[in-house]
Design a protein around this ligand. Structure first.
Ligand code: ZN
Length: 340
């Protein structure tokens, strides 16, 4: 449901939306351990969709309540076990005290040590989103790169755990930089930050053969770091218009600070892995995004396919093309203990 989190269409006008199952709640119900890491806020749309139910994703203080009262709402749940995120401003001191009272270590600072015996940890490391990856990875701001957060979370979640766990990791500021049409190294650093996290996850999965790692995006953007689009033809960058079977190509030129890579589509060597540095490519929907920015509106995402990589047992279920809800359904089936 557009703008909502953890909701599905209801069956009457009185209840146009009703709560749907979420992955973390179902995993908690079965006594699995659960974790969330995001560079945005703990109550932002992506993490919220894994544990909350609200018709309006922007109501982050309401969404915080779902995090805090999970053990009361979900039978068998002791709440999310590990959470490293921004968004401190959405939690009240009373709510944090409530979490501490049930044994959660609550802090707004990063403690690099991975302490066994920390059964449950909540680190709200910024009032809103975390500092950018450039600052975090340079060790300048007291908040580390995703690399260290995921390492610590995996340690805590697997410590003395034989039932299994679910960990959501979101490199959520890639989207924020893309909305700002930011083609500087700040964008590349956000992607590298996530890439490092994927590396740690894969290393863990190689050592623990019962672990499935899934890497994907919830949507594409109008900027892309590698060309995965079909709107490019030889030496052209522009808007592809399809009409009656013919594709008409309207060339566009971007002015300003954006470095446009004028590649030769899939034939270009530098799009086939031989490039020395990541390149930012402006995609065909870019004029729409730029126009929105001039009007001071948030730019739109693009409707292109996004890749999904999976490694480990069950990875083969993700081969081929899928509608996005199918990915969530597979995760819910797993969380419920059903063999998908
Ligand atoms: Zn976005």
């Amino acid at each position: 449901m557009y703008r909502s989190v953890g909701m599905r269409p209801g069956d009457s006008a009185k209840a146009p939306q009703i709560a749907s199952a979420t992955v973390i709640e179902e995993a908690e119900r079965r006594g699995l351990r659960t974790g969330i890491i995001t560079t945005t806020t703990l109550t932002h749309a992506t993490p919220a969709a894994f544990f909350a139910h609200h018709e309006d994703r922007t109501q982050e203080s309401d969404i915080a309540k779902f995090f805090v009262d999970m053990p009361e709402r979900i039978q068998g749940s002791d709440g999310v076990d590990v959470a490293f995120a921004g968004g401190a401003k959405y939690f009240t001191p009373e709510q944090l005290a409530q979490l501490e009272a049930r044994g959660v270590v609550v802090s707004n600072e990063w403690d690099g040590s991975m302490m066994p015996g920390f059964k449950q940890v909540l680190r709200l490391l910024a009032e809103t989103g975390l500092p950018g990856a450039t600052e975090r990875m340079a060790n300048k701001v007291g908040v580390p790169g995703l690399f260290y957060m995921i390492q610590s979370a995996l340690f805590t979640l697997s410590d003395g755990n034989d039932k299994g766990f679910f960990l959501l990791v979101e490199g959520g500021q890639i989207d924020w930089k893309l909305h700002g049409l930011d083609t500087s190294t700040a964008l590349i650093d956000e992607i590298l930050d996530l890439d490092n996290a994927v590396g740690i996850a894969l290393r863990y999965a190689r050592e623990h053969e019962d672990t499935l790692v899934i890497v994907t995006a919830d949507h594409d953007h109008t900027l892309s770091v590698l060309d995965n689009h079909y709107g490019f033809t030889r030496d052209q960058c522009g808007v592809a218009k399809r009409c009656g079977g013919d594709v008409e190509f309207e060339e566009m030129f971007a002015k300003g600070p954006y470095e446009i890579h004028r590649g030769t589509g899939f034939g270009a060597r530098d799009l086939q892995g031989e490039f020395k540095a990541p390149k930012v490519i402006l995609q065909y929907a870019w004029p729409v995004q730029a126009a929105n920015q001039i009007k001071r509106r948030a730019g739109p995402h693009s409707a292109n396919f996004v890749p999904l990589f999976a490694y480990g047992p069950g990875a083969d279920q993700f081969a081929g093309f899928h509608q996005q809800p199918e990915i969530g359904q597979k995760l819910i089936s797993w969380a419920k203990g059903q063999q998908p």
